[in-house]
Design a binder for this molecule. Structure first.
Ligand code: MN
Length: 202
């Protein structure tokens, strides 16, 4: 069964003014679609066709680089679309908020660390909020389309929130101003989905 581009749960323009419609259209319809197409081509006729994208990531060192780049691209973007929503933002509540306080001191300190991870990732990559093996939360970043599920990642864990800091994610609207894009991202985070990801990761 080939991998497929997941549909967006909202319109391309739904995240404006924080993320513009044209960026969403190209990012989802062209960039993510290319990762899906190239992943399917890379695994055609191999056992990976029967694996979940999570299991492919967890065993990524056994695969060619095309699977790492495009499989990571598919996993990362599939999560990315779901952790954003229109009329979202604010702050987490409940167990996730408590875990954040425990790991970072408070929500503002988490935001500072996450924004710093996004800002300082040189070149293309992602910043993440992850659940580690010991169930605690951590912030980290990965290059290119790697992610913390991958067995080759420097920081390992289950991602529950991620921000794409490839230029294709923000350049049309923000040009070189990555920090402005990261600042706007707080307004579109779907904390309900992040809390569900957290519960599932435990
Ligand atoms: Mn992207």
């Amino acid at each position: 069964m080939a991998f497929e581009l997941p549909a967006l749960a909202y319109a391309h323009a739904a995240l404006e003014p924080h993320i513009d419609a044209r960026t969403m259209e190209i990012h989802h319809g062209k960039h993510h679609q290319a990762y899906v197409t190239n992943l399917n081509n890379a695994i055609a006729g191999t056992d990976a066709e029967k694996m979940s994208i999570e299991d492919i990531c967890k065993n990524i060192s056994k695969f060619p680089v095309a699977v790492r780049n495009n499989g990571g691209g598919h996993y990362n973007h599939t999560m990315f679309w779901t952790i954003m929503a229109p009329n979202a933002g604010g702050a987490p509540t409940g167990d996730l908020a408590a875990a954040m306080d425990k790991a970072f001191g408070n929500f503002e300190e988490f935001k500072k660390q996450f924004a710093a991870a996004a800002a300082t990732r040189f070149g293309s990559g992602w910043a993440w909020l992850c659940v580690k093996d010991d169930k605690s939360l951590c912030v980290c970043s990965t290059p290119n389309q790697d992610n913390p599920l991958m067995d080759i990642a420097e920081c390992k864990g289950t991602p529950i929130l991620g921000i794409d800091v490839w230029e294709h994610a923000y350049y049309l609207h923000y040009q070189n101003r990555r920090p402005d894009y990261v600042g706007a991202f707080w307004n579109v985070i779907n904390w309900k989905q992040v809390a569900e990801n957290y519960k599932k990761a435990l």
